[in-house]
Design a protein around this ligand. Sequence first.
Ligand code: AMP
Length: 479
Amino acid sequence: MKFDLELLEFVECNKDSQKIAISASDKDLTWNEFKNEVEKLKIEILKYNLPKGHPVVIYGHKEAKFIVSMTACMSLGLPYIPVDTIYPKERLNKIINILSSALVIYTIENKMEVNTNNINTSYHLDDSIIYIIFTSGSTGEPKGVQITKNSILDFKTWLETDFKFNNNSIFMNQAPFSFDLSVYEVVGFLLFGGTIILNSRELLENHLEYFERLKKYECNTWVSTPSFISKYLLSSEFVSSNIKTLTSFLFCGEVLPSATVKRIKNNFPDSKVLNTYGPTEATVATTLIEITSEIIDKYSKSLPVGYVKKNTIINLLDKDSENVGEIEIVGDNVSIGYFKNEELNAQKFEPKYEKRSFRTGDFGYFEDNMLFFANRKDELIKLHGFRIELGEIDKEFTNNKEVTDAITIPLKRGSEVVKLITFIVVNSSAVNIEDLKEEISKVLPYYMIPSDVIILDKFPYNTNHKIDKKELINIYKTL
Ligand code: AMP
């Protein structure tokens, strides 16, 4: 069984309806049970007579009901807005108000809240919108990115042809549903008929229990940001001889350091590591590449983010003398725009070649037909006139076996970068900062050597499990 987005219903594609569809934090559901729960919820929602296109907010964490609610909304032509409990109720209320949503589904409490006043007064959205994700603010003010059905179908085709997802794919889900990285697993299991294993924040703290869960459900496809996997890679239990089915690692959302890939290859020697790149505004990702050992050897400066997906064009705008330009994405995967933000939409989503397009604010360049991520526009570093790729500094630090993670942050006065600070996580108490600095000064020019190197037990992360750079600056200021 699988969910057919075009028909907006469940279709029997094989007889395996007793197979687990969802293993959530509260219960497991077979495909049959899942289908029944969705149908039941649809009947409940229909009682409220919401017009097609009316936005439904879903608030919760890793409960089966979260997926049941998303699927019911898709099926009814109601756009859903996933909000994880990591966000406080104030943010939830703000989103409800912005959208004038009449229906909120609380998946932990298993209840619905209806505000009938909003049914008539609200702004009715295009009923082809599948979801609206409010960005976390890692790239600025929270904005409601509207993703339509044709973008999801385009994404699904890509997952089928290039990622080879199918009904045997068993996904590890950790990313909150309010982070579009999770759309990989949701679309991946729902539209192909596989299985999704949801892992709550509490469970993730207990490494051994978490690994046991991945074993029990025979997880084969890992999806996360590169930062998220780092801490597990240090565990002697996070290896292929223990979690035998885990053979595919898929990343998106931030720079994938070659040191991380090397550690994965060390722990899981026969595994496939995929790097993908893209903003929420272009439906999860736009480029893909398998990072093989040959790729690591060949592109030692920074790993490629990959080949541009079919049906999509990437332009590099305002290229400099080194052919680095701002990444613009054109294609069906691009959002129809931010919710009620016409001014910004006019700046960022200017139609091109009769398609939707989006200026990402990221810098990149092409080499051997592959896209490489340079940095974000707002993070272009010039220090004393020298252009600096911060990732290069991080890479040199992590080349040292005792440094497990490194991130360099520019400290600014106004818009001017005044110094660089590198934060590192180490696996030995014998690490000496001066020795480390001397070591990297043998390979990097003097202007790339950070003024300060700070050892932390672990990095702070934001809600999407990307390194929280603002918090690092706060930590630095309190030292
Ligand atoms: P979000 O919309 O929260 O997923 O953030 C999208 C941003 O994350 C992009 O615009 C990039 O700045 C960054 N990003 C995504 N994927 C990658 C990647 N593979 N390498 C480097 N940066 C990435």
